[in-house]
Structures are given as structure tokens and as C-alpha cells.
Design a protein. Structure first.
Length: 311
């Protein structure tokens, strides 16, 4: 009997569940799990969580305290179901504030410790702004591991590697979204997908220069993108696409392969170089800003929900 594509993918890539849905995590048995404000909001709205969230909200000092408590509560539940990392995001409101990001990351790690979850199980998820990457560099030196998210541009990937971050999450589907909006009639299937091309470029660059930073493709729109990146270090996939892969049989070809470092790493970028590269890339500039706004919009909805529960 032919193996399904999800089983084959797990043999060449670490599969990560992009969800806060505990049932989905149990079903697909991923190695890691990622969350973000949108996924935490979805999980928080489940009826079976309402009484517990109300208790958390009422005991919190303020809304920020309640937000972090809820994120860690859900993350701790997830940590009992996966053997690897759980990614928990710092507030999108702090995307341009390195010092505040550091303080919030320390708070999250302390909260996880109180739940019996060690720091080596957690990835602090931070937007790939210049300020976010600077904060991640400090955290990594302290032994706190980071996941740099909302990554759309090679300059962001290079800055993350220069800073020694544990993992990056280049967003495949949102890159595709932007290009489809610009040229609706173009063929962006398979290897023509600009999001797939972006991840392949980053992956090859990292492996060719000996960077230890993990490449984890994210934000997929279809299983074709996932198949085109089979062999990537990690891929974080929504439950709906995990289900599609689990139901499909056939042969899955390994598309990305690691290699020994071939050349010396380039000199680290400075801030002006980073900002100029971002400015020159309309897609990356627009999608980074949009991503921060969208995460913040869902965070505000969660703040409203917790505020009502605090009454």
C-alpha cells in the first residue's frame, strides 16, 4: 500500500502544526507547533476554554498580563502534545521596540517555567523588523531561542542569520498573494511560485554558507507549495493542508537538499543597508506592515474578549 504524502514528508522534513487546535495536533502528530495572535484568538473562542480563560482574565493585573497568561496557558497545553518546540509570539504592538520585546520575551519564558515548561522547548516568535531582529540577537545570547516571523525578503533572512536566531519563518503564501494581485494572469504554479522561490534561495544560501539558523517555510496556500519545498528543514502547515497531504498518495520527491558550506559568509548588514533593501522591495515592505496590522487586529479582538471576561 502506497504511503500518504504526509508520511513521506515527515521522512525528509520536520512537520510543524500551524494551529492552536489541540485535536488537530493529536491527529497529525507534528514534531513542533506554532501559534500567532490569530490562532490564539481562534483557540480562545472555543467554548470548552471559556471558564478557564475567565479565571485567567479575572486574576490578571491588566490586559497585557492576561494576554500573555492565555498564550502561555495554550502553549503549555500544546507542549504536552508535541516533543519539540512551541512558538509563542510577542505582541505585534512591540514590533518596533527592541527593549519592550526583550521584556515581554523574558516574561513569557518565566510564565512557561511556572507551568513546568523549560525555555529550551519554547521559541519566542518576533516580527522580522530591524528592531525585532536586534532583540532576537540579545535573546539568543541569553540562551532564549527565537522564531523570526513575517519574513518576506532576503535582507531579513540575512540579518536573522547574522544575529544567530534559531529559526526563521519565510511566508510563502503571502508572497504569492502579492504577486497574484500584481499579475493575475501569470502562471505561479509549482516552481514558478515566487514564495517557493524565496524559500529555496534562502535555504540554499544558508546551507552554502554554513548558517545554523533553521529555515521553516510558512503560510501555505496549497499543497503544491509544500511539495515544492519537500526537504526544507521545517514546514509549518495548517490542519486543512495536513489533512490533504494525509489523504493523498503517490511519490513525493525531495526538492531541497542540505550541502556542506561552500563559501565564507558575507559581512553582516548594518541598519541602513537593511532598511534600504526593504525599501527597494515593495512586496516585502507592504506584506510586513500588513502582517503586523493583521496580527494586531486579532490581538485587539482577543483583548476585547478578555476584557469582557474580566468584568
Amino acid at each position: 500500500m502506497a504511503e500518504d504524502l504526509l508520511t513521506q514528508l515527515k521522512a525528509m522534513t520536520t512537520v510543524v502544526a500551524d494551529t492552536g487546535d489541540l485535536d488537530a495536533i493529536r491527529r497529525f502528530s507534528p514534531t513542533d507547533a506554532t501559534t500567532n495572535p490569530s490562532l490564539i484568538l481562534q483557540a480562545a473562542q472555543q467554548d470548552e476554554r471559556r471558564a478557564r480563560l475567565a479565571a485567567i482574565a479575572k486574576s490578571a493585573n491588566d490586559i497585557d498580563d492576561a494576554l500573555d497568561a492565555v498564550a502561555v496557558e495554550i502553549g503549555s497545553e500544546i507542549s504536552s502534545l508535541v516533543p519539540g518546540y512551541v512558538s509563542t509570539e510577542v505582541s505585534a504592538r512591540l514590533s518596533f521596540n527592541s527593549e519592550a520585546t526583550l521584556a515581554r520575551a523574558h516574561s513569557l519564558i518565566e510564565r512557561y517555567a511556572q507551568h513546568g515548561v523549560s525555555a529550551d522547548r519554547i521559541l519566542i516568535k518576533i516580527a522580522s523588523t530591524w528592531e525585532g531582529i536586534r532583540a532576537a540577537k540579545v535573546l539568543e545570547r541569553e540562551g532564549i531561542r527565537t522564531n523570526l516571523t513575517l519574513l518576506f525578503n532576503f535582507a531579513q533572512a540575512q540579518a536573522c542569520a547574522d544575529s544567530g536566531v534559531t529559526l526563521i519563518s519565510p511566508f510563502v503564501g503571502r508572497i504569492l498573494d502579492w504577486h497574484k494581485a500584481q499579475d493575475p494572469s501569470a502562471d505561479f504554479s509549482g516552481d514558478n511560485d515566487p514564495g517557493v522561490q524565496s524559500v529555496k534561495r534562502i535555504y540554499d544560501h544558508y546551507k552554502g554558507h554554513g548558517y545554523s539558523t533553521i529555515v521553516m517555510g510558512a503560510s501555505f496556500r496549497n499543497t503544491g507549495e509544500i511539495k515544492a519545498l519537500a526537504g526544507c528543514d521545517r514546514l509549518t502547515i495548517s490542519p486543512s493542508l495536513l489533512e490533504e497531504l494525509a489523504q493523498e498518495t503517490g511519490s513525493l520527491e525531495r526538492r531541497l537538499r542540505s550541502c556542506d558550506a561552500e563559501t565564507r559568509a558575507p559581512e553582516p548588514q548594518d541598519e541602513p543597508e537593511f532598511r534600504w533593501s526593504m525599501n527597494e522591495d515593495a512586496m516585502a515592505t507592504e506584506k510586513l506592515a500588513e502582517g503586523i496590522r493583521k496580527f494586531m487586529a486579532d490581538q485587539r479582538k482577543l483583548e476585547t474578549l478578555l476584557g469582557e471576561l474580566r468584568k
